[in-house]
Design a protein around this ligand. Structure first.
Ligand code: GDD
Ligand code: MN
Length: 370
């Protein structure tokens, strides 16, 4: 028999080359007596993290790499890493040594012996600490933690933790319901479970990053909001429709601003103003949606031009439908007097849904299934 390890440790990486060897050394020291393996999930890091892991794994079969190309995403990396493992216990840890690997053995023991679903490395329970984090980041973390209470049924003190160890059955239970948007996979797991989870938080002190740079930027906050929305409303509406409609609203303001400049300030004809405003608004809407709504499927290079053309075509048809329906409702007295506000709203709604539906398929198509 050549049994596979009992514990798979998933390490999501993006540009973490300088941390890999140190992490393995520390896992080795901290996990004596445990049969473990480390699965790095690397999104084609420019610094060659994947290549290094592959090289090292030639002499150390406890490590391997899942090398993803044309992909980004911390949560999806964790999920896919876990799915490549057959171990009964799965852990997730950052590569930058901010998480204290010395508590992994205690996390494993707790899950195994106390029959827990999951053990969480926590900075907020007695004995844990935030380490040297700046006041700003501590504040943001606290706000995010508060927000998570809206969707979490558990009284988890550190839901923002990216450091945890779970029983594989829990993964099997939640995997189809995960949003897997952004950074916060632990919140996602807890919110996706259909029952209260048996968990324990094990304290540790958050350390400062060993080498390299953090990948956390403003977009992470946006993705977190999208994840919360998906978890709370995702059963009822496609979650991207919310930013799409919001950006549509911003587009109206852009339209009015351009129209005002061309028609009133520059004193051109109304047709010229309206045409310019429509083009500018469509274009800014396209770029905003590309940046926010479809961040994970962002178009680049020539794809941008193709995307812009298909977006503009779709929205032009949407505009015709919008005006047609609104006018019909407004003028057709046989259905009663709708009034201009209701008629216009109905037209806008139909146009928005059309634009959303068509561009989600043609402009930002899902990555093709192989
Ligand atoms: N594969 C992959 N793809 N890995 C990624 C990506 C990505 O797009 N973005 C980040 N990572 C990896 C990093 O290389 C690192 O190993 C880990 O995910 C965490 O990223 P950091 O950039 O170090 O994030 P952080 O320090 O701001 O936040 C981390 O610590 C928090 C506190 O525990 C995250 O793990 C948070 O989830 C965690 O709450
Ligand atoms: Mn970090």
């Amino acid at each position: 028999m050549y049994p596979s390890p009992e514990l798979s440790i998933i390490v999501p990486t993006f540009n973490e080359r300088a941390n890999v060897e140190e992490l393995i050394k520390r896992l080795d020291a901290g996990l004596e007596g445990v049969d473990w393996e480390a699965i790095f999930v690397d999104d084609d890091s420019p610094d060659g993290t994947a290549t290094l892991v592959r090289q090292l794994s030639r002499n150390d079969s406890r490590m391997r790499v899942v090398h993803r190309v044309n992909r980004r995403g911390l949560s999806t990396a964790c999920v896919e890493g876990m799915l490549t493992s057959s171990a009964p216990f799965l852990a997730v840890i950052d590569a930058d040594l901010q998480h204290d690997e010395r508590i992994l053995a205690a996390m494993l023991a707790a899950v195994k012996e106390e029959g827990l679903d999951i053990a969480v490395g926590s900075r907020y329970v007695e004995g844990g600490s935030m380490g040297d984090w700046s006041q700003d980041r501590q504040f943001v973390s606290r706000v995010a933690t508060r927000l998570s209470r809206l969707i979490l049924k558990a009284n988890l003190r550190d839901p923002m933790s990216g450091f945890f160890l779970l029983r594989r059955e829990l993964l099997d239970e939640v995997v189809y319901d995960l949003s897997a948007i952004g950074f916060k996979i632990l919140v996602d797991i807890f919110a996706s479970a259909k029952r209260p989870l048996h968990f324990k938080e094990i304290p540790y002190s958050f350390r400062t990053r060993h080498a390299g740079e953090s990948k956390l930027d403003g977009m992470v906050a946006w993705e977190y909001l999208m994840m919360l929305l998906d978890k709370s409303l995702g059963h009822y509406i496609p979650i991207r429709f919310i930013p799409f409609a919001f950006i549509g609203g911003v587009g109206v303001l852009v339209h009015m601003a351009v129209l005002w400049v061309v028609f009133l300030v520059m004193d051109k004809s109304f047709v010229a103003g309206q045409t310019a405003a429509t083009l500018v608004a469509m274009t800014t809407n396209f770029f905003m949606n590309n940046l926010f709504t479809y961040r994970d499927r962002r178009l680049r290079g020539w794809g941008l031009l193709r995307g812009w053309i298909s977006f503009s075509l779709a929205c032009s048809v949407g505009a015709v439908a919008n005006v047609g329906i609104a006018t019909y409702l407004f003028e057709n007295q046989s259905i009663g007097d709708m009034g201009w506000v209701l008629s216009a709203t109905a037209g806008i709604l139909v146009g928005a849904v059309w634009n959303y539906a068509v561009t989600s398929v043609y402009t930002w198509s899902k990555p093709k299934a192989a």
